[in-house]
Ligand binder design. Structure first.
Ligand SMILES: *Cc1c(COP(=O)(O)O)cnc(C)c1O
Length: 253
């Protein structure tokens, strides 16, 4: 890839990666956790396939993307170069994109409705030779516009405004019965106006409840550049890091 000539971008990514690994190590030390229990997912949205190849070369094989239009092109490009990438789909997934995503993804973090679970299962059954690992995306603030399935409240109440197809227990039940999907845990983004500690504390409770019903659902995808320490303190197994590693994205992403 870089051959023998200097690759300044690779060096820059290497330095940022070392700093990030340092942050993760410190967070693990204060939480009494082993860094080996944390999977770093590098979120490369808006960055080119060449950066993905550099990250894989630097020892980061888990790569996250949030749009199929971009991810499918990068996945084809890197597969053609023989670069071994484990793709994680972390963004809002439209049902008509399932057929594409199941062909390259190792894990989908963002299943948040019963119809999406069904569409993804059908696509995985038709287009994969092994099951697809999935996480249920949880909405912690029950803002349905922003994605995520809603758990019953801490007191056991069910919000009547949440349609059954967006309830966490309904989505989980659909996934447990799916033929070509394996429910492995939960994912969330801390709501903007919330203290990340209380957000991830609530997520940990929701993850515990799910694990009582589904023992294989042990994963917690939580924590981004701004709040990875709090996520690790509350049991994250997967952190999804974009800007700390790749740099600030231009515009929205
Ligand atoms: C972009 C994105 C991230 C990474 O965000 P940073 O703040 O850049 O680390 C993580 N998760 C999801 C779902 C994203 O869309």
């Amino acid at each position: 890839m870089s051959g023998t000539h200097a690759d300044a971008r690779r060096d820059e990514l290497g330095i940022r990666l070392a700093q990030l690994r340092g942050r993760i190590a410190v967070a693990c030390a204060s939480a009494g956790r082993d860094p080996a229990g944390i999977t770093l997912v590098a979120v490369t949205k808006t960055y080119p396939a060449a950066d993905v190849a550099r990250l894989v070369e630097l020892g980061v094989p888990d790569i996250g993307e949030n749009r199929d239009q971009d991810a499918s092109v990068k996945a084809a490009d890197l597969a053609a170069q023989g670069v071994p990438v484990r793709w994680h789909f972390v963004g809002h997934l439209q049902r008509n994109k399932c057929r594409s995503v199941v062909r390259y993804a190792e894990m989908v973090h963002s299943v948040d409705s019963v119809p999406l679970a069904r569409a993804l299962d059908r696509a995985a059954a038709a287009h994969r030779d092994r099951p697809l690992d999935v996480l249920v995306q949880v909405s912690l603030d029950a803002d349905l516009e922003r994605g995520g399935a809603v758990a019953v409240g801490p007191a056991g109440q069910v919000d009547p405004d949440v349609p059954p197809e967006r309830r966490l227990d309904e989505v989980a039940q659909e996934l447990v019965g799916a033929e070509a999907l394996r429910l492995r845990g939960v994912m969330a983004v801390a709501p903007l106006s919330w203290d990340p500690d209380s957000a991830f504390d609530r997520l940990a409770d929701i993850a515990d409840q799910l694990r009582q019903r589904v023992p294989a659902a042990t994963l917690i995808s939580a924590g981004m550049t701004a709040d990875l320490e709090q996520a690790i303190a509350h049991g994250a197994t997967h952190v999804r890091i974009g800007s700390a590693l790749l740099g600030k994205r231009a515009g929205m992403g």
